[in-house]
Ligand binder design. Structure first.
Ligand code: DP6
Length: 356
């Protein structure tokens, strides 16, 4: 129990409406493996996106019913499918936010990106909801300070979905205790506070939609398999070393090193899936075709284009803004034919969540 995050109020507010928008994020150093409760096996590093986000509105009013009472609507429709995850989330956070037990809530959420695009929405969804909850807390405790507001929002988001805690932070974010970054924590994410060379301040991320169907294997299950994974300890050591290497690349502007770390992390994530027990494969043939084409393009064009992967078949192309035109041409001429219905989403490093 993290006592600093417990807040109970003698007062209650009869009703109100709060609204936040929060982005998705893409990890460069991957979080894969955790211990209870949502403690990552290694530190991860990501950047927040701009155009892929969730907008959430919570309308609440006083009520005397037992437990947490809420209704959830996604794109205006009830989604009972999401309720298990939400129930579990509220169960975990109610000791930190007991004021939620005194209200009933209507939660209305929508995503900027198409629902069936294979893009994970749990990071943006849980971070937007947690920011709304903190907004309610702020109404009860107007003295609450900004750094604490975001720290607790990240803490709550983590309890919904690990990667969600990084979405609270603008640009680069680190989650997981490490000696390499002061004040880093397993309980919430913090802004990456070391030097970042200019070359990395305008990173673009184009998401190539290789497969828009729902994941056959949940990330949560994948994390669980890391606990008995034959390469589990080696993976933790590798993640530590890769974090240190990416810090070096950020500081010096060494793009070659950056590419090596980012692609190693993506391929290791999927190698862990392919070597767990039971094993599984989330990449599709077109994922590999894209990866090979990226490698060819990089050599031929002397480009800084590289790729990363999430827990799915889609490919994230990472490149500096200066290469936007040539990469867009490459996508249209070569890569879009590997995407489902030719679909891709152009995004870039973002400015973090904001209140609506
Ligand atoms: C592959 O955050 O979705 O995207 O904590 O179980 O909700 P839960 O898992 P989740 O895992 C995401 C893993 C990843 C890598 C990353 O974002 O770091």
């Amino acid at each position: 129990m993290q006592d600093e995050f417990v807040f109970d109020s003698l007062y209650s507010i009869s009703s109100g409406v709060v609204q936040w928008r929060s982005p998705s994020n893409i990890a460069l150093i991957k979080y894969w493996g955790k211990k209870p409760v949502q403690i990552p096996s290694n530190s991860s590093l990501s950047f927040s996106l701009s155009k892929c986000f969730t907008s959430t509105k919570v309308s609440f009013k006083k009520n005397n019913k037992k437990g947490i009472n809420y209704q959830f609507f996604f794109d205006g429709k009830k989604k009972p499918r999401f309720e298990n995850k939400l129930d579990y989330f509220f169960e975990k956070i109610s000791k930190y936010c007991p004021y939620l037990l005194k209200v009933e809530m209507v939660i209305e959420s929508s995503n900027s990106f198409p629902h069936s695009s294979g893009i994970a929405s749990s990071a943006s969804a849980f971070s937007a909801l947690s920011l709304c909850i903190m907004e309610i807390e702020k109404l009860l405790n107007p003295k609450l300070e900004k750094p604490f507001f975001f720290r607790k929002a990240s803490f709550l988001s983590r309890l919904g979905s690990g990667s969600a805690c990084r979405s609270i932070i603008e640009k680069f974010s680190v989650w997981g205790k490490t000696d390499l970054i002061s004040n880093s924590s397993d309980f919430f994410a913090l802004p990456f506070n070391l030097k970042i060379h200019n070359s990395f301040n305008d990173l673009c991320d184009t998401i190539l939609i290789v497969d828009k169907s729902e994941k056959e294997f949940s990330s949560t299950k994948g994390h669980e398999l890391m606990n008995s994974h034959i390469f589990g300890d080696a993976r933790i050591r590798q993640a530590k070393s890769n974090l240190s290497l990416i810090i070096e690349a950020f500081e010096s502007g060494n793009y070659e090193l950056f590419i090596k770390v980012v692609e190693t992390e993506a391929l290791t994530l999927h190698a862990m899936m392919m070597t767990s027990n039971p094993y599984f494969i989330l990449m599709k043939p077109n994922t590999l075709k894209i990866i090979n084409s990226v490698w060819e393009f990089r050599i031929k064009e002397n480009s800084k284009l590289c790729f990363t992967l999430d827990a799915g078949a889609n490919v994230h192309l990472i490149y500096p803004k200066s290469e936007q035109d040539s990469v867009q041409r490459f996508i249209l001429e070569v890569l879009s034919c590997y995407c489902e219905n030719g679909k891709f989403i152009n995004d870039m490093i973002g400015t973090g969540p904001f209140k609506l």
